[in-house]
Each structure stands twice: as structure tokens, then as C-alpha cells.
Design a protein around this ligand. Sequence first.
Ligand SMILES: [Zn+2]
Length: 455
Amino acid sequence: MSRKKGKSFLGWLIVTILIGGAVFLYNSKMFERVSPSISLENNGYWNLRNPLNLKISDDSGIKSYKVFIKTSSGETVLYNEHLIKHEESIDIKIKPPRSAYAMNDKNIKVLVEVIDNSKWNFFAGNVAVASFDLIVDKKRPKVSVISNSYKISKGGSAIVIFQAKDDNLKDIYIQTNYGKKFKVTPFYKEGYYISLLAWPVGERTFKANIIANDEAQNSTKAYIPLYLKNKPYKLSHIKIKDRFLKGKIADLAYEFVETQGVTDPLEQFKIINEKVRAKNEKLIHEITSKVPTEMVSDFKIHKMYPLRNAQVVAHFGDHRMYSYAGKPLSESYHLGLDLASNSLAEIKPQNGGTVVYSDYNGLYGNMPIIDHGLGLYTLYGHCSSVAVNSGDSIHSREVIARTGKSGYAMGDHLHFGVLVQGIEVRPQEWMDATWIKLNITNVIKDAKKLINRAG
Ligand SMILES: [Zn+2]
């Protein structure tokens, strides 16, 4: 190799190394050119109490960050950190400034500035700046009960009317001790709400609070003062007979998907009384859980009386314990009132409404359900025929169906159910004009008087 050739090779090698090195550095983390990312968890509101969650991250690590808030009176630095350890991601809980309690600004800005650990920009690093506009809301919603039923009985219904005020109200509902949340409907004038309540027959006690939350996570809980009236319900011990298993149960087992392939009659009964019943009731609860979302100005209901000259053949709330040959087999609650007159009797509800279901529903047989508004529904089980269709509007005392023994029924009768937002309640209350007047109508009247006086 000549000297000249050797020299040019060396030159070529140096250039290659320099370019290669530059390319390496250019592509290395050390010299990355991507600005840090900044994200603030927020919905545009801040109550100046709960910390805000800020997340900053960068591939080359974070060298420093600064957080400050801008109000009408100037800027306040909350954090100004120069880090020794350059982590790729940092979560910061931004606490409000000490002066927050005295701050009267409705709108503030949270500003975040982050510098990464890259050697880019002549070793200064990449800078990211972000600004977040937040509406300050330190006030909890104001909730006041206007009027409510004096009492609620186990298995029974009640009503409440209240006012909820807040600049940024997000949601309002009624929370009960047993997990159920009752929806509320705007009532009469802006800022007022109404809801029916129910104490399920299987629950030992009842308690309800109105919960109001605003956009800034301020929350208010207001207790609904109801006098609790315990009501005993019947506990029935029913002995299952072979005749019943070979008759009705065999017929039903033939019809349900859940009992296909099951040959033991006791097992068939257990599946029908538990699995099929639960499925049928789930459907009923879904259909009857809706409440109006538009404002209602009144709620008028007549004493319910669906079947003329009827006798009560089974009560609401019976806790039925089934046994066979002395051994406990299954149990269930009877969640309606069984009424019987003559066979194929006309069913005529006293209250108009909208038909929301009119189909076959397992144990309940042919079953129309009527929506009377405000989350109040009536259900008619075991019908031989149904004269209405889902979606129909019905007027007071229209014949909607005829009694029968479809589904899980021995003799011709009507299983009359009343539901409040998906919960079965004692039909007897709604069949009593005095009860309706004292517990529903008068409460609404009183509330309207108070609302009118408030202006
Ligand atoms: Zn029944």
C-alpha cells in the first residue's frame, strides 16, 4: 500500500467515524429533540381542596419543572424543582396554594413548564409549556328537603320533594342503605326534584340520603327524615306434593330452557323457583326502572282497583319456604297481591298510562306492565289473554287483559304487582285512597305551596 493511499484511507475512516458518531448522537436519547409531555387530569373545574393529578414524562428524563397558578392578582409559584435524579415520568399531586381559601377568582390558569435532560439545544434541553383553564367552584351543592311522606312501611312506598342548588351541578340521586339509587325527576319549578321511594320487603331497615355532586367534586348528602314502620310479613311453609310436581312443574319444565335435560322433578322445581324466577324478575326490574327526565308539574293517581269483586287469595310479601318429604327444598318471596273473582275476568286498571310490556314472561305467564309516570308501574300476571300492545296509551278503566292461569299459577287469578323504580311494593297502599291522599297527594300539595311561597 502506498503512503498516499494509506493517508486517504485514514481520512475516509475519520470522516466515517465522525459522521457515524454524529448520527449516533443525533439518534441517541442524550440528544433527543422531543419536548416533555404534560397532562393534567381535569374536567375544567377545581374545588381548590382536592389535589390535581399532574403527569410529566420524557424519554431523556426530567431535569426541572415549574408549576404556578395565574389569578387576577398575579402569579403564584407552587413548585419550582430542579431534580438530581432525572426520572422519565413523574406524578405530581398539585396542592392548592395557601391563599386558596381567600381566593375569589372564578377562573384561574394552571401553568406547567418542564425541561428535559436532553443535551439538545446546546445542552439546554427541550422545553414544554402547558396552560390549563380551570373554573373555581369551592361551594358544595345546597340541598333542602321541601316535603316528604311522614312514614315508610317495610315493603311500602313514600315520596320526597327537595331543592338542589349549585352553579355546576353534575348529578343528583337518592342513595339508600341497601344499595339502590333512586333517580330523581325535575319537579314543578327549576331547581326542584321529586322521587318515589321504596323499602323492599326483604330488607330489615330503610335509610335514604339525597346525594348532590357538582363538576368540581363538591358533594352534599342530605338525610330524608322518614318515620320507619316495621310491618310483619307472613312466613309460609309449603309442602311440595307429587301431584304438583307431575302436573304444573312437569308442564313448566317442558317449556323453559333452564330445565331442558333435567329429569329429577325436585331439581326441576328448584330451577324454576330460583333460576327462572330470578330471570323473570330481572326483566321486570329492568322494564320498571325508568323515570321521566323531563320536568313534571303534578302526579295524580287514583286508588288502584284492577279487578271487580275480587278476593285476595295470596298476600304481598309472603316468604315461602318449600319442603319435600320433610326436607327444605327452596324459598321465594311473593312480590304481588293475588286477586281472584270469576274465571277470565276483565282486568281494568283505574289509572291510565303507557303499556311498556305485554308479552309472556315465564312464571308470570302473559304479563302486561303499565307505566303510570314518576317510576310507578303496575304489573298483571297469569293473564289468559292480553288486549294491549307495548307502546299503547291506555285510559282509566280500559280492559287491558283477562285473568287466567298462564305461567306458575294453579287456579285462575290475577297476580297484581306494583313497582317503584324496579322494586316491588305493597299494592295495598296504592289500593287505599286515604293512604294515597296522606302519603302522596298531600305531600305534593304541601311542596307546591312552599315552592310558590319561595317565589
Ligand atoms: Zn301471585
